[in-house]
Write a protein that binds this ligand. Structure first.
Ligand code: NDP
Ligand SMILES: N[C@@H](CC=O)C(=O)O
Length: 428
């Protein structure tokens, strides 16, 4: 039986998941590859913390990356630390020393995926990162393999388990935002800094990675317009339910006539749509190819075993390439990319405002929308006291820039206390 020694950089939620998955399914994995995989070393920072962990005695823990990079027996390095700079440095060193790398680090790949892929090719090694998008769901490989006979037209999905867990549990269990986030952290879904999840940056990184591969476009995280879920309240969720919608954080990449648009934002989705029923930490990604039509990928987008499933399958793929002597041979294609102005993207919007409960208020607000040729689909006055009222407006599909400009004017009306939220409605 052949033997491949690997090293892990990091042994947190995902790293420990990899250790456990290999011990649980090792025999089946060996049978398929005719190769035994052993984890030889793991890099961590805080040694005493890991000495208590239930890890096989055969694994050497180290706090010095040199122990890994200088060990010629180690052929594959699995980077599951997170962070950008140090991880990038380690991965580059691995490539230069002829080691293939598997990474789950979307922060890094969304920014440096293309230069890293190029460097891996120059050094004839593999770089694989299936777990970087949607945890356990196979969605990266289909982009450059199973669906690559298509021109990909659109990618839309729920790509962050933490925010989906928060929104689902605010909706179904009435949990507060803070309690739901705490639960998501306890379950190992959230990033080390959960701001990346709730602000939409994590999903933005994932859609940038998918668009890079699916659209053959050299885009990065910085090309994505991002809005998070921090402003979503129980009021918004209740109004959505009453109107037949669920609130979800969506990531959308779209090929338009004038370029590519990349957006992450909360959205009202009709309850009848399959994405509305993706609950908890589950993710779902729709891909539309010009020949295949719509394909949907669904599964657990975060957590130890689901993510380790993708990481270990990447390790298996690297070993398969070793065995077939095709390591580092995959070719990637990127074209010049033009980005659509995000302000031109049209959608219907749900708007919630807190206003004075006084005559003439509604006509002042609707007057501003009329001036901007935005047509109001419905306007409902909700809870009211003697002094204030909450109004909920649905407007027909309008350009984002026009909606934002109109809302600025609405906010400046003395009778408008605040625009509490403006959320796009997805009609698919
Ligand atoms: N959790 C999930 O569900 C998913 C996570 N990912 C990605 O996987 C990666 C790992 O995530 P996760 O396991 O949740 O993270 P954790 O925070 O649970 O674990 C990180 C691990 O990396 C180690 N580490 C961090 N920085 C360093 C460093 N500079 N030097 C040495 N060791 C270091 C930590 O060691 P120490 O404790 O000693 O600091 C810890 O063992 C991230 O890129 C994340 O975005 C991807 C998909 C899903
Ligand atoms: N924090 C991420 C983990 C997986 O990528 C999430 O919540 O989806």
């Amino acid at each position: 039986m052949k033997h491949v020694a690997i090293a892990l950089l990091g042994c947190g939620t995902v790293g420990k998941g990899v250790v456990d998955l290999l011990s649980r399914n090792g025999q089946l994995i060996e049978e398929q590859l005719e190769t035994h995989i052993s984890i030889k070393r793991i890099l961590i920072r805080d040694l005493p913390k890991y000495e208590q962990m239930d890890l096989p005695d055969t694994i050497a823990l180290t706090t010095d990356f040199n122990d890994i990079i200088n060990d010629d027996e180690i052929e594959i390095v699995v980077e599951v630390m997170g962070s950008a700079d140090f991880a990038k440095e380690c991965i580059e060193q691995c490539f230069k020393r002829g080691k293939s790398v598997v990474s789950a680090n979307k922060d890094l790949i969304a920014d440096y995926g293309i230069p890293l892929l190029k460097l891996s090719q120059e050094n004839n090694v593999d770089f694989q990162f299936e777990a970087s998008v949607a945890g356990g769901i196979p969605v990266i490989r289909p982009m450059y393999s199973s669906l690559n006979s298509n021109r990909i037209e659109r990618i839309i999905g729920i790509m962050n388990g933490t925010t989906n867990y928060i929104l689902t549990n605010m909706t179904e269990r009435g949990l507060s935002y803070e309690t739901a986030l705490k639960e998501a952290q306890e379950k190992g879904y959230a990033e080390a800094d959960p701001t990346n999840d709730v602000s939409g940056y994590d999903a933005a990184r994932k859609i940038a990675i998918l668009a890079t591969l699916g659209f053959h476009s050299a885009v990065t995280f910085r090309d994505v317009s991002v809005e998070g879920i921090e402003k979503i309240t129980h009021e918004d969720i209740e109004h959505a339910s009453e109107m037949g919608y669920a609130v979800k954080l969506l990531a959308i990449a779209q090929q338009n006539d004038d370029g590519i648009s990349l957006n992450v934002h909360p959205a009202f989705i009709p309850r009848s749509h399959p994405l509305a029923n993706v609950g908890g930490a589950y993710n779902a990604v729709y891909v539309r190819g010009n020949c295949v039509g719509d394909v949907m990928f669904y599964g657990q987008g975060a957590g130890a075993f689901p993510t380790a499933s993708a990481v270990v399958s990447d390790v298996m793929n690297v070993i398969l390439h070793f065995n077939l002597t095709v390591t580092g041979k995959r070719k990637y294609v990127w074209h010049d990319t033009k980005l659509t102005d995000p302000r031109s993207i049209r959608a219907p919007y749900y708007l919630r405002m807190i206003v004075d409960n006084a005559p003439g208020v509604l006509s002042s607000i609707s007057g501003i929308f009329a001036e901007n040729r935005i047509s109001i689909r419905s306007l409902i006055q909700k809870d009211e006291t003697k002094e204030i009222a909450e109004i909920v407006i649905l407007i027909d599909a309008s350009a984002d820039g026009l909606v934002r400009d109109s809302l600025k004017k609405v906010t400046s009306l003395s009778c408008v206390r605040r625009v509490a939220n403006a959320i796009r409605v997805i009609e698919i």
